[in-house]
Ligand binder design. Structure first.
Ligand SMILES: [Zn+2]
Length: 284
């Protein structure tokens, strides 16, 4: 493998990163003499290596290129002992990753296998008809892969998963929380940045790791309900993408809005299946 590419990947591994800045991409394009799309395809195996697939043994890697020019890796994740509905697909992992860095727009999604129907529906929630999907053999617009779709507009939703308004949940005056707790605020910030236009159940998760780093997750809801991405799923996907292990989790917090739908029980079950840490919870 090209030396510059090798060095960049090693730095990423050491820093627990799973995304690339525009400057790094420019260096890699120059060093490898690959065009951006070819470079993205060349990086897919790196994303696939982050997959956690005890059920299917089928690894999928994805890269979401954000409007800012950052590239975000994603990989599929299955949790043994949990229903298949708790599995996360690589496209969800990559787009959720971009959401955590407040990308408002996705330029392209590069993926190592043809997106399943679940992922097509998930990506429709971006509300970007022109979203480009770079598949192993060919490129498609999402609208070509999902014609005659049931989309956000069908439930009178006027913005997409990444460009909606922030929430206004506040900690002050809430007897369930310690207002000196930084982890609670990290989870609350994610809840306020989450996307829950149908249920109003804004929700966020923050995991504190043994090296002091945080892994975050936010709820990304879907008009078809079932492809919705839970905040704990996204936080655990981040954990594995960044090269951490469940034993690295020291604290876990979920903050969510009181609504007809709730995330805490599912999040608690998911966490319990990989860690003995107790999930701390608060409703706002
Ligand atoms: Zn899928």
């Amino acid at each position: 493998m090209n030396d510059v590419l090798q060095q960049t990947l090693e730095q990423h591994r050491l820093k627990h990163l799973a995304r690339f800045s525009p400057d790094q991409i420019a260096i890699l394009v120059q060093a490898t003499q690959l065009g951006e799309e070819a470079l993205a395809r060349a990086l897919l195996p790196l994303a696939q290596q982050k997959a956690r697939v005890p059920v299917s043994d089928f690894t999928v890697g994805a890269i979401a290129i954000g409007g800012s020019g950052h590239w975000y890796l994603g990989a599929n994740m299955e949790i043994a002992g949990q229903p298949l509905s708790s599995a996360l697909h690589a496209e969800q992992s990559a787009i959720g990753h971009a959401a955590l860095f407040d990308e408002r727009y996705i330029e392209k999604v590069i993926v190592s296998a043809t997106p399943c129907g679940h992922c097509r529906q998930f990506m429709l929630e971006l509300d970007q008809d022109s979203l480009m999907l770079v598949l192993p053999q060919e490129n498609f617009m999402l609208s070509e892969l999902l014609p005659h779709a049931f989309g956000p507009a069908d439930l009178n939703q006027s913005y997409g998963m990444l460009n909606g308004p922030a929430g206004n949940l506040v900690a002050a005056g809430n007897p369930q929380v310690d207002t000196h707790d930084a982890l609670m605020f990290a989870a609350l910030d994610e809840a306020n940045a989450s996307y829950a236009p149908y249920s109003k159940n804004r929700a966020g998760v923050a995991l504190l790791l043994s090296d002091g780093q945080l892994c975050l997750g936010r709820y990304l809801e879907n008009v078809a309900f079932n492809p919705s991405l839970g905040p704990m799923q996204l936080a655990l996907s981040q954990l594995f993408l960044r090269g951490y292990q469940p034993k690295d989790i020291k604290r876990a917090f979920i903050a969510e809005a009181a609504a007809k739908v709730q995330q805490a029980d599912a999040a608690e079950q998911l966490l319990a299946s990989i860690s003995s840490i107790t999930l701390e919870k608060a409703q706002f």
